[in-house]
Design a protein around this ligand. Structure first.
Ligand SMILES: [Mg+2]
Length: 125
């Protein structure tokens, strides 16, 4: 069976839990969690991932900085990125998309939207 490795970079444990719960409905999914941008950078640089879900507001290193670093790195620049933004934070969302994020999710997170966005970027049904 095809494996889909997903990296979740999100500082809120509750939010990570919601995302993990939604993503477990994908067949063959392998989920790794990171708790801030720096942790995310370490993990995304040291293993293969098929997609990354990245929160914007995080301590240590925020999501915008992480997206910029990923897109500037030859080995990482093609990873599909879904940015997670707060409702109303349209500027953050636009900046993330301008930096190369492929899609966005708005909090509060809806499992069906998470799945449809991730499925379409992974090109699985
Ligand atoms: Mg956050």
């Amino acid at each position: 069976m095809e494996k889909h490795r997903v990296l979740i970079v999100e500082d809120s444990p509750t939010m990570r839990q919601l995302l993990v719960f939604a993503l477990r409905r994908l067949r063959g999914v392998e989920i790794v969690e990171a708790q801030d941008g720096m942790d995310g950078l370490r993990k995304v640089s040291s293993d293969h991932y098929d997609i990354a879900l990245i929160d914007i507001n995080m301590p240590v290193m925020d999501g915008l900085k992480l997206i910029r670093l990923i897109r500037g790195e030859d080995a990482l620049k093609d990873i599909p990125i879904v940015v997670i933004t707060t409702e109303g934070a349209r500027e953050d969302r636009d900046r993330a998309l301008a930096l190369g994020a492929n899609e966005y999710l708005t909090k509060p997170i809806q499992a069906n939207r998470v799945l449809s966005v991730v499925r379409s970027l992974l090109k699985v049904g």
